[in-house]
Design a protein around this ligand. Sequence first.
Ligand code: PLP
Length: 449
Amino acid sequence: MTYHSLKTPSLKAEFSDALLSSLAPDGGLYMPDSLPSFSEDELAKLGAMSFPDCAAKLARHFVDDNFTDEDLEILCADAYDFDMPLKTLTGEILDPAMPEMVDEYILELFHGPTLAFKDFAARFMGRAASHLLKKTGETRTILVATSGDTGGAIGHSFLNQEGIKVFILYPEGGVSDVQQHQLTSMGEHSNIKAIQINGSFDDCQALVKQAFADKKLTKKHSLMSANSINVGRVIPQSFYYFWTSLQLKAAHPSRPIVYAIPSGNLGNLTGGLIARKMGAPIDVFVAGNNANHPFTDYLLSGEYTPRDSVPTLSNAMDIGRPNNFPRILDLFNSNHSEISQVCHGAHFSDAETEAHMKKIYRDTGYLMCPHTAIGHLALTDFVHGNDRNFTKVTVSTAHPAKFKDDVERVIEETISLPASLQASVDAASHKHVMTPTLTALKAYLNDHA
Ligand SMILES: *Cc1c(COP(=O)(O)O)cnc(C)c1O
């Protein structure tokens, strides 16, 4: 598959170059030149495979000759060695023999090692990059801005990998206590460094962009981005939509399918839209935003107004300038009316989010993280105004225990930490504190990259 820059479509790159360089030379985002499509027969076959096998088959269409079929099978089996259950609110897991009556699921994407959906993309990207660097003997310095979960997933995926150093930039006060422990506990002398920025997530993201715009700096350190500006993050996020929608269609053939996605940088939604374009049987996406809602405003009005972010309870979605918006426009040739037929959106305050988390927990026993609660609220809002009989899926993006303090306050009960999170909390913590300036970042990279 060849990729092109969204700024200058004639600027092309193979997958390996697009992955390792992150942005096109003109600063544009890479997008695949075309998307594969599949016949009904092929879809049935892909749906009958295990998820890692299906992912490897899909990946074949997006990578290049640096990966053999066997490389991809091994890569996906190794990356995706955890569950991704479709659960009902009362805890049953999708089973194609289930009665048609069940029409609502939570797709739990948080059973990877860092307990957030970011593991799906980070583990694919990490393994793909390591595979390529091993072949050529090159090295990379990875810069990643995180609103909470990306840094942990990327750090975990590259921990102790030779030839790779990772610098994680996170906003002071902008990540939960448990997330901060995850980011800062990967070892004082490991290849993963946590940098706390005195600023917002948008400041972190802007600083990473500035670093990449500095050609000398990029070259000197062989910088690579692990944010969703990198197409290697977005592509694997299409795989789980593709596979799970085929499972749902097999279980409930007559019903249209809607997925609700708690959204920030729009990488997860972009993955879903790519899956749909490849033939995944998904009719509608619903995007949920918090108080940072340039995207849901765009869906309603056609006007896109990026803005500074404000902090909320769903911190991983505190994004006022979503990176992937140009990719969504590209998928629809910038046609607002087509986008708004496929994507619906709604935004919610912290008070609404808290009330919903509490209500669902009281009514069903299901505990949602604040992000997932916004996805579920947006779904509820969409279904309310629609009389089609959908199979409804809320994409659950993180384990509630990652937001332990807020969750406990909201439900007025204590919750326990899964063993992996407890281990991060107990481990020694190391971080560097920095102002959001390129000068400060350059100095730190000089000393540590
Ligand atoms: C990253 C993240 C989101 C937002 O995903 P985008 O791809 O940036 O839209 C939502 N919820 C959680 C828990 C996240 O970590």
